[in-house]
Design a protein around this ligand. Structure first.
Ligand code: HEC
Length: 136
């Protein structure tokens, strides 16, 4: 009998965010939010005579609103330096079946792992918006 040794070399490579590695919100993060989140998290607007309010009271179309958060997690939408405490990221990374997963199940494509990593890095490195203010 031969003893078989399986060496599972589970090497996980994390890209470590360094201070120099700053993320440009407007170029790298905004397009992700626009594509996956704006549909439901924009300023109140009229659509065919119907008023559409931002879901969960959360707007993601201005820097101020992003930091203010929504009705259940005010001030915890983005906690600068703490991606694990930030619901903006948490909702993207939850399994699709979770009721807080965003976009909600069946309501849009999941944010890719690559883009989740960018959002994580952006929050880790201080969640700066640069000159971007967004919609008033
Ligand atoms: C199809 C509509 C839709 C899309 C698209 C969508 N959401 Fe939501 N979102 C909702 C609804 C509805 C709620 C309210 C859920 C509740 O209160 O139970 C919500 C709530 C939230 C909350 C909680 C706000 C709070 O403080 O109560 C966060 C955070 C959130 N969404 C983030 C996102 C992110 C990030 C994206 C994009 C990746 C996104 N959502 C895309 C519909 C959507």
């Amino acid at each position: 009998m031969k003893a078989i040794t399986i060496l599972a070399a589970a090497t996980l490579t994390f890209s470590v965010a360094s201070a120099q590695d700053a993320i440009d919100f407007e170029k790298q993060i905004l397009p992700i939010l626009k594509e996956s989140c704006f549909k439901c998290h924009e300023k109140e607007k009229e659509d065919n005579g119907k008023i559409k309010k931002p879901k969960g009271g959360l707007r993601l179309d201005s820097a101020e609103a992003i930091m203010k958060g929504g009705k259940d997690y005010p001030s915890e939408n983005v906690v600068a330096g703490k991606p694990d405490a930030s619901w903006l990221l948490k909702t993207m990374t939850l399994p699709e079946s979770d009721e807080m997963a965003m976009p909600p199940e069946g309501k849009g494509d999941r944010v890719s792992a690559e883009n989740q990593a960018l959002v994580k890095k952006w929050i880790e490195s201080g969640a700066s918006f640069g000159a971007w203010k967004g919609v008033e």
